[in-house]
Design a protein around this ligand. Structure first.
Ligand SMILES: NC(=O)c1ccc[n+]([C@@H]2O[C@H](COP(=O)([O-])OP(=O)(O)OC[C@H]3O[C@@H](n4cnc5c(N)ncnc54)[C@H](O)[C@@H]3O)[C@@H](O)[C@H]2O)c1
Length: 412
């Protein structure tokens, strides 16, 4: 399988490339070879190619624009690590070039662009996989097992995820340095593309928040509706929420199962800090004890946890991981932690390669990506309109007010 990497920025170089090395080290996916990398920024592209030469045993051909890579006919599959707004653009182009595709979260920027991507994959008959890492980590796998397989807290009833982390220093203002336009974007990608709603789809609700949404769907099933209040509190007294730059969210999730949950966080206020992440069931609770991390409210069960049952038993997350692993057959264990790897990026890439190799579906395919994307978009739709929003209405396209301006920027 001749693999091309599209986008050689932070996540590609820090995690995707080392994940390929880890797979090599445990003797997995020997049939996969990174043959090409593409990035419009010279330094990023060359660093990726040089690193690969040293660590993967071959220097991939560097391309400036991914179009040239696709047109070269040298790749069978691509790993897309581009700014959010370019995921569907590059993904659709890759399907048209006959490639299988794995792409980074948060899938795409709107339901319309997401559906176009899924349709292009189906039309090409190719694999579409979403690289969501948190669910692949031992902590979340163990939490999922404790709740849904071992039923250690009874029937899940409610969760309260809260994090207020006061701003201590003025936030860095984004510099609008333009990178050269290439490969399908309709205007230059700003270096700080995350501050541009048309390119990012929004701020933390859809960015790191996408991890949280994927996790709660795994843990509690489908969401019926959400209600959200969003704010973008800035030191100068302005509110940047309308530009899609929220730094404060108060969200309630109501699940089809009846589970209710609150997700409330802010990085835009001053004063007292507070953080608490707890899931309650009819027979106990499961807390995330890693709340020293500013990402705990997005990345669940990465840094510890504690389960308390109503009959007085207490188990740490490490003990839950042990029990979970003991519950798996060797085959099951190798499927979720191939070759004993616990690196979440290696696991998601391996899952993609297996799907391509065997013609099966990856753990998180395009349909699943769309269902998860509907959650952060429902949060934005609710924040935008002031109304509770049904997930079914986001999925069907009925609720779209927030997404209209973004869709207008990305004609299909
Ligand atoms: N899974 C995670 O935990 C995680 C963490 C961080 C980022 N991400 C995701 O990874 C993706 C990239 O994020 P990042 O932090 O690496 O961003 P980044 O800005 O560091 O990297 C993006 C790269 O894409 C390049 N690029 C832009 N337009 C291009 C084009 N047309 N053709 C080729 N290259 C182009 C840029 O030059 C840059 O090197 C995003 O989807 C983000 O959400 C995931």
């Amino acid at each position: 399988m001749r693999l091309g990497l599209i986008g050689c920025g932070g996540i590609a170089r820090n995690r995707h490339l080392p994940a390929l090395e880890k797979l090599q080290q445990v003797g997995r996916d020997r049939d996969v070879e990174l043959v090409a990398v593409a990035d419009t920024v010279d330094q990023n592209r060359e660093l990726a190619a040089d690193w690969s030469a040293e660590h993967l045993g071959r220097r991939p051909t560097p391309f400036v624009g991914y179009h040239e890579m696709l047109a070269s006919g040298t790749v069978d599959a691509v790993d897309i690590c581009l700014p959010h707004g370019l995921h569907h653009v590059a993904g659709i182009d890759a399907f048209r070039a006959g490639c299988d595709v794995i792409l980074e979260k948060p899938f795409t920027v709107t339901m319309q662009t997401g559906r176009a991507l899924v349709e292009a994959g189906a039309k090409a008959g190719k694999v579409l996989a979403l690289a969501v890492p948190m669910r692949r980590m031992p902590g979340e796998r163990a939490a999922n097992w404790a709740i849904n397989d071992a039923h250690l807290i009874g029937d899940p009833r409610a969760f309260f995820c809260h994090d207020v982390r006061p701003r201590t220093a003025p936030q860095r203002r984004p510099q609008a340095a333009a990178t050269p336009a290439a490969g399908g974007e309709r205007r230059p990608v700003r270096e700080n593309w995350r501050a541009d709603r048309l390119m990012s789809g929004g701020a933390m609700v859809v960015d790191s928040g996408f991890h949280f949404m994927d996790s709660i769907r795994m843990l509690f099933g489908e969401v019926d509706h959400v209600y959200a209040e969003l704010r973008g509190f800035r030191p100068d007294g302005t509110n940047t929420v309308r530009e899609g730059r929220e730094n404060t969210a108060l969200v309630t999730f109501t699940f089809a199962s009846g589970v209710v949950g609150s997700w409330t966080w802010s990085a835009g206020l001053t004063g007292h800090a507070a953080s608490s992440i707890i899931i309650y069931g009819s027979g106990g609770s499961l807390s995330d004890t890693g709340t020293h991390s500013q990402y705990a409210v997005y990345h669940l069960f990465m840094n510890g946890g504690e389960l308390k049952t109503s009959d007085g038993e207490t188990l740490t997350l490490d003990e839950l991981k042990e029990r979970y692993l003991a519950s798996l057959s060797p085959e099951q264990r190798d499927r979720v932690f191939p070759g004993g790897l616990t690196d979440e990026f290696a696991i998601e890439l391996h899952d993609f390669f297996e799907a391509v190799r065997t013609g099966t579906q990856p753990e998180v395919n395009g349909e699943e990506g769309l269902k998860t994307l509907a959650l952060p978009l429902a949060v934005y739709e609710s924040g935008y309109t002031g109304q509770a929003v049904k997930i079914a209405d986001v999925l069907s396209g009925k609720a779209h007010a927030y997404q209209d301006e973004i869709d207008a920027h990305w004609p299909l």
